[in-house]
Design a protein around this ligand. Structure first.
Ligand code: SIN
Length: 473
């Protein structure tokens, strides 16, 4: 397709990569087995010593060069993302910039991994802390953001002075391999950051948890797989960061700016055709504004352009695969069987096997599967509520706690609701909250740890308490 793909694909490879819009194979890549990956981990563990010994400024310079190379290739990388994950090309360009921003951010943060001095507790003693790299890390990343989910793990790991071995999603190894290639060009030593596509992902996950050289594992994906990795890593007490499933409520109160709320709803729900962990999964709309909000939302959703992601102007591309589409269809059918009404959409699209029409669903009961499970598709189910207490109760009635959104103008309500929502991230009067400068992560079954911001660097640093005794004259 173009130069970067030619350099990373392998005609003799055993993992075909398919375009979700057409089902056609766009490239093949080679995969790595457990023994090979164990060797790669050993090499990484050797390489990390020299990397950690460099000054933070030197590491930052390499990361900055990587950032520049990614941005120089923004268009090529965006085309790879769209080709293997299906998202509209405009969104893919945005993802490259979003993903690169983590590298730039952590290049800068590398220089600020400060320790502290603590007022002493006894004569002749001084108390300090220093921060040191955790060691060799592993990462497992998903297909829905094939660039950004990698950079927000690898950026802080390298900035902190760690080595990292990364298994990308089986559906989207090309973006990962392209990033690895550019990292190499920027001066990241070869053994320090390795991408290992796998045809047996669960065996590699098990290795990451059981290999004593791996001191930290960062995973983004489903809660079910997160639970397995957490159980498997118990033996080694491997440090974990888990960014898992979500069930984001999007609440619209009577006093909301309705046009702003519709704008936010479009951005939150239909980004990547609804395939993000932070997508609004259920809309809770107060009685007094319900019908007007639904009418405006329906009008906007009906006008969305569904087309292959590579087509300029596409707003909704294909879902990742037929299983994803069938899950959306069956949740929708079950909701309709329980009395929900389709305002627009509601069908598989005839554009291709993986396409589904953007949909608005009303009269949705708060206890049915479509609002209890992560939909991961372009369907907006709307639940009607009476008052603030009821909205908070429904919003918090889930084992998940990743992102939540609400629209209201009353300042007291804005604070009350922000504090009452049991989520790791809450956005008031905005539909998009992802940025490299803020801590991204969830509570409850949505995960552990934070990515991005200064807190994202701490995930790859150990805090050492240093006592200096015998200092009395
Ligand atoms: C995700 O879906 O896991 C990440 C979304 C984001 O970073 O905005």
């Amino acid at each position: 397709m173009h130069e970067l793909i030619d350099r990373i694909s392998d005609e003799r490879g055993d993992l075909p990569v398919r375009d979700p819009a057409t089902g056609k194979t766009i490239a093949t890549v080679r995969t790595y087995g457990v023994d090979e990956v164990a060797g790669i981990i050993r090499d990484a563990d050797v390489a990390r010593g020299a990397w950690a010994a460099r000054t933070a400024k030197e590491r930052a310079r390499v990361l900055r060069a990587w950032f520049d190379l990614i941005m120089d290739r923004q268009e090529q990388l965006a085309r790879i993302i769209t080709a293997e994950c299906g998202k509209p090309i405009a969104e893919a360009r945005g993802e490259v910039a979003y993903g690169a921003a983590f590298i730039e951010w952590f290049a800068e943060e590398a220089k600020r991994a400060y320790g502290e001095t603590i007022p002493t507790f006894a004569d002749g003693k001084r108390v300090l802390t220093i921060k040191q790299p955790v060691g060799t890390c592993a990462a497992i990343t998903p297909w829905n953001f094939p660039v950004a989910m990698i950079t927000r793990k690898v950026g802080p790991a390298l900035a902190a002075g760690c080595a990292i071995v990364l298994k990308p999603a089986e559906a989207t190894p090309l973006s990962a391999l392209a990033l690895e290639l550019l990292a190499r060009e920027a001066g990241v030593p070869e053994a320090l950051f390795r991408v290992v596509p796998a045809s047996e992902p669960s065996a590699i996950g098990e290795l990451f948890c059981s290999d004593p050289l791996i001191r930290k594992l960062s995973f983004t994906g489903s809660t079910r797989v997160g639970q397995i990795l957490m159980a498997q890593s118990g033996q080694n007490i491997t440090r974990l960061s888990l960014e898992l499933g979500g069930n984001a409520p999007f609440i619209v109160f009577d006093d909301a700016d309705i046009d702003a709320a519709v704008e936010g709803a479009m951005a939150s729900k239909y980004r990547n055709a609804g395939q993000t962990c932070v997508c609004a999964n259920r809309f809770l709309v107060q009685d007094g504004i319900h019908d007007a909000f639904v009418a405006k939302l329906t009008e906007r959703v009906a006008a969305l352009k569904v087309a292959p992601g590579a087509q300029e102007g596409s707003q909704i591309g294909p879902l990742i695969n037929a299983a994803g589409r069938e899950k959306v269809a069956s949740l929708l059918d079950a909701a309709v069987a329980r009395g929900a009404r389709v305002m627009t959409g509601g069908h598989r699209s005839d554009l291709g096997e993986n396409f589904f029409e953007p949909t608005v669903l009303v009269d949705v009961a708060p206890d049915i599967d479509i609002v209890r499970q992560e939909i991961f598709g372009p369907v907006a189910p709307v639940i009607r509520f009476r008052d603030e207490a009821e909205a908070i109760r429904i919003a918090n009635d889930t084992p998940y706690g990743l992102a939540a959104y609400f629209y209201a103008r009353d300042l007291g309500r804005v604070w009350r609701v922000t504090e009452a929502l049991e989520y790791g991230m809450v956005a008031a009067n905005d539909g998009l909250l992802s940025t490299e400068v803020a801590p991204f992560g969830g509570i409850k079954q949505s995960g552990l740890g934070r990515e991005g911001s200064r807190h994202g660097l701490d995930e790859y640093l150990e805090l050492k308490y240093c006592l200096m005794g015998g200092l009395s004259a």
